[in-house]
Design a protein around this ligand. Sequence first.
Ligand code: HEM
Length: 239
Amino acid sequence: MSLATRRDRRESKGILHDFLEWVGLLGFIYGPLDRRLSVRDALEKALSRPIPHISWWGCFGGISLFLFLVQIGTGVVLMFFYVPTDPEAYHSIRYLNGTAPFGWLVRSTHHWSGNGMIFALFIHVIRVFVTGAYQRPRDLNWMVGMALFLFTLSFALTGYLLPWSQTAFWTTVFWTDMIGQIPIVGQWLLVLIRGGELVSGATLTRFYAMHVAVLPILTIVFMAIHFAIIRRLGIKEPL
Ligand code: HEM
């Protein structure tokens, strides 16, 4: 083990110990839990692995994860106000933006953190590509990542319709029309996505279900696989 790695390990252990001491101050919650489940040992085992040779470019996967968590937090708050039906959706968003306390803040945070996640993902993919980390044995994780990228873009496409405004409506008409142009399967896909021939209340219901249930579950499962593989193989050595 090199001197630098040894020092990193010592330093990371120091910070970890400080953190655990601080958690220990929460005594009455943490104490009884720890006596039964040895939370401290488990945390020490999970967190005390030093991160090697990480640069700013290596932080964008973690930033994507952080922004995804912000999306879950703000998204759950939005669900308390949003009504996913044809006459109500637009008005519920207007109420949220104008009347509900801090509704505008939660909605804007959801909007910008979603955009930020796509931006961070782009940089993450470029970083992985440039460092050749898509090659064997990490090729499987590259494919898991591609699925994650697809899910993230689907979050954006399904979320865009939810305000049920003119812009949202016609943008959805436009891109689903484009899908309808795919040879052989296009029309079938179009009806599947829209829930009928036209963009309607049925499309809104379908997009809402995808946006708040199907995509989050798929993303969380694939993220767990992504992180388990990273944990197993480690981050790729610099070129
Ligand atoms: C929600 C989406 C994603 C999250 C939260 C995420 C998170 C992460 C994190 C935290 C790492 C470890 C260090 C780093 O940031 O580079 C990582 C590594 C990796 N990611 Fe992602 N990632 C996502 C999407 C993707 C995508 C779209 C791809 C490629 C198509 C991808 C491919 C990889 C690969 C191959 C590694 C291993 C890199 C190495 O060993 O150097 N990930 N990911």
